[in-house]
Ligand binder design. Sequence first.
Ligand SMILES: [Fe+2]
Ligand SMILES: [Fe+2]
Length: 193
Amino acid sequence: MIETTTETTTGPDVVELLIGQHMRIRDLFARVEESEGARRREAFADLVRMLAVHETAEELVVHPAARAAIEGGDDVVDDRLAEENHAKHLLKRLDDAGPDAPEFPDLLELLRVAVLDHASHEEQHEFRYLRRNLSPDRLAALAGAVRAAEKFAPTHPHPGAESATANLAAGPALAVFDRVKDAVRAAVGDSDR
Ligand SMILES: [Fe+2]
Ligand SMILES: [Fe+2]
């Protein structure tokens, strides 16, 4: 974990937002692990959608900024993208097996370790340097783009609240990633790429 900033602007900066999403992802893994049956399917759909929103915002907004802003940025980002691809591959195996399969818990654990290691590498090798090297205005602009993507994230359990984005969570996990990516790309526009 890296230190939080002294507040100089209103609201969390982009790094705090992303670290907050990492914590939500960790909590969603725990929810999937702890639940069974319909609740596990629902929790898994939430996890897939949160991962899609988070990794897409990083891919479209955060990693491109990091390439330009940090020393050795291309290598750092290429390593992170390789980790994200590995996690997507594991996610597809998990999704193909399905939440009721006997191998689901072992595959879930593989994915959990891959995703949380990846998140920790981002925090250590990428986010801390973004915060160090970018101006407060630029960090705030990136935060705005991540917030635009976040409106597609699952909400806390709240009946009826998710109807607007529920269709984004239907179907195979990688199709969810594709739909979320289209929606996020439209929401953030091209200004921060
Ligand atoms: Fe990531
Ligand atoms: Fe991340």
